[in-house]
Design a binder for this molecule. Structure first.
Ligand code: FAD
Length: 279
C-alpha cells in the first residue's frame, strides 16, 4: 500500500461449489491490489456459520489477512465464545462485530443473550483483551430501526466505549451524509477511524430493494438515471461506476481514512472503480 489509508474488501460465504470458485477467482484478482484485509460476512443466528468458516479458512490458507464478521443476535453467549475461541486459536487478529438481523418471522425466543453490538464488543474485550482489532458498523444515514438520529449516534458511541477500534459504514451515495456523521462523531469525542462502505452499482432492481430494507438512500437523480437504462446492464454498470468513482474520489479527497468495498464476490465492478481512481 502506498498510502496509510486502509482499503479492504468484503465477501459473503457462498452456498455452492461454483460460488466458492467465483469467490476464489475474485479474491485472487483483488488481492493483487494489496488490500489491508478481506472480511467475510456471517448470517445472524449462525445461519452461515460453516460456510463462513470455510471461506475464512481458505483465505487464511492463502496467507491473506482476514476479518470474519460475527453477529450476536439469535445466539447464546456460549455459542459465540466457541466461535471466538476458534478464531483466537487460528490467530485471527481482526473481527467485524455486529448485532445482525434475524430473518423476518423469527420469534422473540430466538433473540439470544446479547441484544446489541455494544454487548458483543464488551464480551470480546472482556475475554480477549486487545487480541482482536474490532470493527463495528456505522450508519451515516442512520440505522432504520433507530428511534432518532441522536439516539443512533449515542448507540454508536456505546460501541466505541465498549472498545471498538474502528468502524465501517453502511453504504451510501451521498458523501455529505458521511462527512456530517464523522463531524458529529468527532464532536462527541469519538476518534476511531470510520471507513466508508462502498457498494458498486451493478443491478438496479436488486440495489433498490436492498437499499429500501437497510435504510440507504439512492439519490433521486441516480435512481431516475438507473431506471432509464431498463434491461441494459452494461449501461447501468458504466453509469454506476462513474457515480461510485466520483463518490470515492470525494470521500478520499475529504479525508476518509480508506474504503471498504462490498464486492458481492465479484472483482470486476470494484476493479473498475479502483482503476478509475488511479489508486
Ligand atoms: P447495533 O449497533 O446493535 O444497533 C442496532 C439498532 O439498535 C440501532 O438502531 C441502534 O440505534 C440500536 N441500539 C444499539 N445499541 C443499543 C442499546 N444498547 N440500547 C438500545 N438501542 C440500541 N449483518 C449480518 O447479519 N451479518 C453480517 O456479516 C453483517 N455485516 C455488516 C457489515 C457492515 C459494515 C454493516 C454496516 C452492516 C452489516 N450487517 C451484517 C448488518 C447489521 O447486522 C444490521 O444493520 C443490524 O440491523 C444492526 O447491526 P449493528 O451491529 O449495527 O447493531
Amino acid at each position: 500500500m502506498t498510502t496509510n489509508r486502509s482499503f479492504s474488501f468484503e465477501l459473503f460465504p457462498p452456498k455452492t461449489e461454483k460460488g466458492f470458485e467465483n469467490l476464489k477467482t475474485a479474491v485472487n484478482q483483488l488481492n493483487a491490489l494489496n488490500p489491508e484485509f478481506f472480511s467475510v460476512t456471517y448470517g445472524a443466528g449462525g445461519s452461515t456459520q460453516d460456510r463462513t468458516f470455510a471461506s475464512v479458512d481458505w483465505l487464511r490458507e492463502q496467507q491473506i489477512e482476514t476479518a470474519p464478521h460475527l453477529s450476536c443476535i439469535g445466539s447464546s453467549r456460549e455459542e459465540i465464545l466457541q466461535i471466538l475461541d476458534r478464531y483466537h486459536e487460528q490467530k485471527i487478529r481482526r473481527l467485524v462485530a455486529l448485532r445482525g438481523d434475524l430473518p423476518s418471522g423469527a420469534g422473540l425466543g430466538s433473540l439470544g443473550e446479547l441484544n446489541y453490538a455494544n454487548e458483543l464488543v464488551e464480551m470480546i474485550k472482556e475475554r480477549y483483551g486487545d487480541h482482536f482489532y474490532i470493527e463495528v458498523a456505522a450508519y451515516p444515514e442512520f440505522h432504520p430501526q433507530a428511534n432518532s438520529a441522536k439516539a443512533d449516534l449515542k448507540n454508536f458511541k456505546r460501541k466505541v466505549e465498549a472498545g471498538a477500534d474502528g468502524a465501517i459504514t453502511q453504504y451510501f451515495y451521498n458523501p455529505d451524509a458521511y462527512f456530517c456523521f464523522v463531524e458529529e462523531c468527532s464532536d462527541m469525542g469519538i476518534d476511531i477511524p470510520i471507513v466508508p462502505g462502498i457498494m458498486p452499482i451493478t443491478n438496479y432492481v436488486q440495489l433498490a430493494r436492498f437499499s429500501d430494507a437497510c435504510g440507504a438512500e439512492i439519490p433521486r437523480w441516480v435512481r431516475r438515471r438507473l431506471e432509464s437504462f431498463g434491461d441494459d446492464l452494461e449501461g447501468i454498470r458504466a453509469f454506476g461506476a462513474e457515480v461510485v468513482t466520483e463518490l470515492c474520489r470525494r470521500l478520499l479527497d475529504g479525508g476518509a481514512p480508506g474504503l471498504h468495498f462490498y464486492t458481492m464476490n465479484q472483482a470486476t465492478p470494484t476493479l473498475k472503480i479502483w482503476n478509475n481512481l488511479g489508486l
